[in-house]
Write a protein that binds this ligand. Structure first.
Ligand SMILES: [Fe+2]
Length: 290
């Protein structure tokens, strides 16, 4: 690398020394990641001509983020989301050929109950009845037996159970064992757009940046099957508000799906619902694990 001034030479030596300092890490991957992080953060400081006042402001932002973070709320996860870093990690770790992955979000629970395929999750609550069905297949299009869906979404008021004491903690979430032919179906409601939390430092940053605070409506799904790479993804109703302006950059081509009015009387009778209801059909494609 060539340098053009004594200041450039000095900054180069600081960067090289800071990168080298992580070469002693006992875990080589830690050393590699930290050296690259230092390299790119130093380049950012140089390119932006970051002032001391701005650097202090950044430290105050991180300190305020730590203060609001607890077991229920993680402001650092939100920082990652609204900077598109969570989505970038998804993109670079995505195996080639399968359904696109998308962000996990903060409302996933590991303790969702396993319900029979074809379950009704609506349990009398408000919301546009939606029959969500499809298959889990491999990249060759063949069904994957013994796949499992972990499904969660927000209620008709736009809130997840963790945000709404009126809701049962298990409302509108479950695990479903798919059939031998990879098929699954369940009755749920249409999801709704919602805002990311705005009462902390990230909210202040979004306001200062004149940025949106909304996520488009979506279903969250984790698909897993023996011998295959697990998939964490989201499905977005075609035409949902904010589909082109997701504040966490989670929308991907191939994950925007039509919610089609259905007059299928047999399905309406099975669930005891009126026609037309909405129908969503999606094929999840998993890649084989190495
Ligand atoms: Fe969500």
């Amino acid at each position: 690398m060539t340098t053009s001034s004594p200041q450039d030479a000095l900054s180069l030596s600081v960067t090289e020394a800071a990168m080298r300092s992580f070469g002693t890490a006992s875990n080589p991957r830690l050393g590699e990641v930290m050296a690259l992080l230092v390299k790119h953060l130093h380049a950012f400081v140089q390119e932006s001509h970051l002032t001391k006042a701005e650097w202090l402001q950044g430290l105050e932002f991180l300190t305020a983020s730590a203060a609001i973070t607890d077991g229920e709320r993680n402001e650092f996860s939100l920082i990652s989301d609204i900077m598109g870093i969570s989505s970038m990690v998804d993109v670079v770790s995505q195996p080639v050929g399968g359904t696109p992955s998308s962000v996990l979000g903060p409302f996933h629970n590991h303790d969702s109950k396993v319900k029979p395929n074809g379950s009704d999750l609506t349990e009398g609550q408000a919301g546009e009845r939606t029959w969500f069905k499809g298959r889990v297949v491999g990249v060759d299009g063949q069904p994957i037996p013994n796949a499992e869906l972990d499904f969660w979404q927000n209620a008709d008021n736009g809130l997840y159970p963790a945000q709404d004491p009126e809701q049962d903690p298990h409302n509108l979430r479950c695990k479903i064992k798919c059939e031998a032919d990879g098929s699954f179906n369940l009755l749920t409601i249409r999801p709704h757009p919602y805002t990311v939390p705005t009462d902390g430092p990230v909210g202040a940053l979004l306001r200062a940046s004149n940025r949106g605070i909304w996520r488009p409506a979506h279903y969250h799904v984790i698909v897993s099957a023996p011998g295959h790479v697990g998939l964490v993804t989201e499905l977005f109703p075609e035409g949902s508000d904010y589909i082109d302006n997701d504040t966490v950059f989670g929308v991907r081509p191939g994950l925007v799906v039509p919610f089609v009015p259905s007059h299928n009387k047999a399905v309406a009778e099975r669930f005891g619902i009126e026609t037309p209801f909405l129908e969503v059909n999606f094929e999840f494609c998993l890649v084989k694990a190495n």
